[in-house]
Structure formats: structure tokens, C-alpha cells
Design a protein around this ligand. Structure first.
Ligand code: FUL
Length: 443
């Protein structure tokens, strides 16, 4: 059976079609989220000025004075490095709001920035839209400033009021980010959150946004802050495994990292990490910015493992992305462009074996390959559990790479090998694969 290059179509028996039909699959919002591949995270607020990672809520709003704040510089940098979305900390654990919220005086309205008339969230969403990026917002549930925190019904009302301001007044959002960290508030009490209420509110006011948290409901945390997705990494999960943000335990970490091939719900993993050791900007870390090469490794361990990379790049006290960070992002972009330049398999002849579990690609010439990008058509769900990629230059077949899940993308790196023919073998699948695209790069 010969098909066109890039898309390997398999005929599948009826029972399998039914098995496949019951598998979870993404909504259009989840698909758009995954196709972004790369998003920038922006941790910015009073911590930027106090040199801390977690503020305690007693900060004076007057310290917030980013003299050169330029959200367009953030967005331009992101776009030219190939990122497609950005997420801003509208409020971190210190409770300081980057927009003039009616719910609190602990906000930019009490700062000298723009004479107290500024709105960082507004400038952020405007900049995203001007540069064609999809905006998202982080609203910390934990609030170490608000006196209502820990008085559960009262704070839940207030939290929903803050969310309503963000969801109603800033246009369409692509993602709403709920952090799992939470401790005591100013009165020493812990908060009992009303997650079902929060999720219903977001769904009603921003039906096209995905909601991120440990427990989704749309996108799950990958279980670590290293930017490393699990292997295997299933986008399906058992919703009973992690039911609320901040849950912990070995079973939880496993569920976040790996998902579950038998899971009934589509909830892909987002891999968040920072370009620097901290989430907020600290001058002492200017020499510790990840290099373009290190960012490429992160890309491989996130996008290359069926996840999405949410890379934090914190604005400085001036309100700009630092030159060192911008240089690394550009280096990362150039590296992706050079390593993944030309698809060696483009236009090649592809032959499926009669059992539909293996495909052979004839490049028609010998070429050196060291990277392969495989993709399932996830609009139909995710099914591949194990694969092998073999290569031959006329002699015996050699294993180039073996792996577990594919999903949206699996990017495999292997020893540079001269190949004329490449064979993809699906060693294990939970239902037959329908379409797997194969790209090969010299690297
Ligand atoms: C954590 C927070 O405590 C960190 O400050 C940061 O926001 C990170 C993304 O999530 O839970």
C-alpha cells in the first residue's frame, strides 16, 4: 500500500474503529493550546522590586515602579523567537494586583507607575494581540495580603470577583492558570477553595479558554518545574487521580507525569520552567540564564514529548526582558531553524506493510539523519504506546530510536546515521493508529 509522504493512513477493522471512537479526544481549545507549542510565562510584580520569590503581602505598593515598562518588547521578543502565547501573573501569592482591581487597594492603582492610572494586564493583552500572540492570565489562589483569605466563603466570593474582572474586561483569553501552591493567609488560616465554582465561572465567561491546574480541567501540570514531561506521556487521564490543585503524593506525581492510557478524560500536560533559577527577576541571576542549547534540550523534553513548553522569562525592574534572556531566546530560535531546517522525508515514497503496524519510507537517496519528528493525528485521540524507528543504507536494518508514546509530537534524537530507507514500527498501541506523520532531519 503506497500513500503520500508525511501521512500514513491505515485501514482498521470495525471493532477497532469502535474501540477508537470511545477514546477521549481534544476540544478545539485544547488543540489550539497544543499547537502553540511554545508559550512565554511572565512572573512580574512586587517581588521584582524586593528581590524575593514569594512576597508576604506586606509590600508597599509604592515600590512598584517599572520606569521603562514596555509590554510590546515582551511580545516582540516572544514572537520573533517563535512563541505563540504568553501568560502573565496578574496576581502572585503576595496578592498585589497588576490591574486596578475594585476588590482591593493592594494594586497598581496605589503605585507611582503611570501616576497610579496604569494597568499592566491591559498593556499585556494589547501587546499580545498586536503581535499575534494568544494571551493568558495567572491569578494566584493563595493570597497572603487579603484579610478575607482563610475565611473561605468570603474569599471565594472575592476570588471569583477578581476573576470576573479579568475574564470580562480584557477580551478573549487563551488560558487561565491556577497555581497549586497555597498556605496560610495574613490571619494564619488556610483557605478551602471552591474549584467547581471557579471552573464554571471561567467556562461561562471565556468558553474558548483552557484552564490549567494540577487537576485541569483542560490542561494538567506535568508534575515538575523542570520543563520535563513524562515518558510515556499520555494526554488522557483518570480524573479521579488528581482532583484539586495542590494535591500531593507519589500517585499524584505519577498521574501528572504520565497520564493514563486508559483514562477517560483528555487533559494534556503543560511543562513549565524558568529561563533563570528563579521565577521572578533577580539581578544576581543575570549570569545564570539558560543558553539557546539548553532551551533546545527543554524543547525536546517538552514539545518533543507530547507536551507544551511554558517558559518563564521574567521582566526586570525596568519592566523589560533582559538582554541576556533575549539573546538566549534568539539563539534557541536559530537553533531550531538550523537543526529542523529541511525535512529529508518530504516527498518520499511511503509503503505500509499489510498488517498496518509498520511503514517504510524510501528517501530515494542516502542522507544523514539525526532527528525524527513523529506525530499522531490527535484529533482522533492518542493511541501509540511504543514504536521503533529503524534505518538502512542498503545493508541490514539498524535501530535509530525506540520510544513509548507519540501523541501530538515525539521528537527523537539519535546518532547521526546515513539512511536511504527508514522503517517505523508501531510496537504497541491501545487502538490502531490512523495517521502518523514522519519528518526526518539532518540535525
Ligand atoms: C509555583 C509558585 O509558588 C511559584 O512562585 C511559581 O509561580 C510557579 C509557576 O508555581 O507553585
Amino acid at each position: 500500500m503506497i500513500t503520500s509522504a508525511g501521512a500514513l493512513a491505515a485501514m482498521i477493522p470495525r471493532t477497532s474503529v469502535e474501540a477508537r471512537a470511545t477514546r477521549p479526544r481534544p476540544t478545539s481549545a485544547q488543540l489550539a493550546w497544543q499547537r502553540d507549542e511554545l508559550a512565554i510565562f511572565l512572573h512580574f510584580g512586587v517581588n521584582t522590586f524586593t528581590d524575593r520569590e514569594w512576597g508576604d503581602g506586606t509590600e508597599d505598593p509604592a515600590i512598584f515602579a517599572p520606569a521603562k515598562l514596555d509590554a510590546r518588547q515582551w511580545a516582540r521578543t516572544a514572537r520573533s523567537a517563535g512563541f505563540r502565547a504568553m501568560i502573565l501573573t496578574a496576581k502572585h501569592h503576595d496578592g498585589f494586583c497588576l490591574w486596578p482591581s475594585r476588590t482591593t487597594t493592594h494594586s497598581v492603582a496605589r503605585s507611582p507607575w503611570r501616576g497610579g492610572h496604569g494597568d499592566v494586564v491591559r498593556e499585556f493583552v494589547d501587546a499580545c494581540r498586536a503581535e499575534g500572540l494568544r494571551p493568558g492570565l495567572y491569578l494566584s489562589p493563595w493570597d497572603r495580603n487579603n484579610p478575607a483569605y482563610g475565611d473561605s466563603p468570603r474569599y471565594n466570593d472575592l476570588y471569583c470577583d477578581q476573576l470576573t474582572e479579568l475574564l470580562k474586561n480584557y477580551g478573549r483569553l487563551a488560558e487561565v492558570w491556577f497555581d497549586g501552591a497555597n498556605g496560610e493567609g495574613p490571619n494564619g488560616r488556610r483557605q478551602d477553595y471552591d474549584w467547581p465554582r471557579v471552573w464554571t465561572l471561567v467556562r461561562r465567561l471565556q468558553p474558548d479558554a483552557v484552564m490549567f491546574s494540577d487537576a485541569g480541567p483542560d490542561v494538567r501540570w506535568c508534575g515538575n518545574e523542570k520543563g520535563v514531561a513524562g515518558d510515556p506521556n499520555w494526554s488522557s487521564v483518570d480524573p479521579a487521580a488528581v482532583t484539586a490543585p495542590g494535591a500531593s503524593g507519589p500517585g499524584v506525581t505519577r498521574a501528572l507525569l504520565h497520564g493514563d492510557p486508559a483514562g477517560s478524560v483528555w487533559r494534556p500536560a503543560e511543562a513549565d520552567t524558568s529561563i533563570r533559577p528563579g521565577w521572578f527577576y533577580h539581578p544576581a541571576e543575570d549570569g545564570r540564564v539558560r543558553t539557546g542549547d539548553q532551551l533546545f534540550d527543554l524543547y525536546m523534553s517538552s514539545v518533543g514529548r507530547n507536551s507544551k513548553l511554558l517558559l518563564n522569562v521574567p521582566p526586570t525592574r525596568d519592566g523589560l526582558l533582559h538582554d541576556a534572556d533575549v539573546a538566549s531566546l534568539n539563539g534557541f530560535h536559530d537553533l531550531r531553524r538550523s537543526l529542523l531546517a529541511a525535512d529529508l522525508a518530504s516527498g518520499a515514497r511511503i509503503t505500509w506493510q499489510t498488517d498496518w503496524r509498520a511503514a517504510e519510507i524510501d528517501l530515494g537517496r542516502s542522507a544523514v539523519a539525526s532527528i525524527a519528528r513523529l506525530e499522531e493525528d490527535i484529533t482522533h485521540g492518542q493511541v501509540v504506546a511504543a514504536f521503533s524507528l529503524l534505518g538502512s543504507d542498503g545493508g541490514p536494518w539498524r535501530v535509530l530510536s525506540r520510544g513509548t508514546t507519540i501523541g501530538y509530537a515525539r521528537i527523537a534524537r539519535f546518532e547521526p546515521s546515513t539512511v536511504r530507507r527508514v522503517r517505523l514500527v508501531i510496537d504497541d498501541a491501545v487502538a490502531p493508529a490512523v495517521k502518523i506523520s514522519v519528518r526526518l532531519y539532518a540535525g
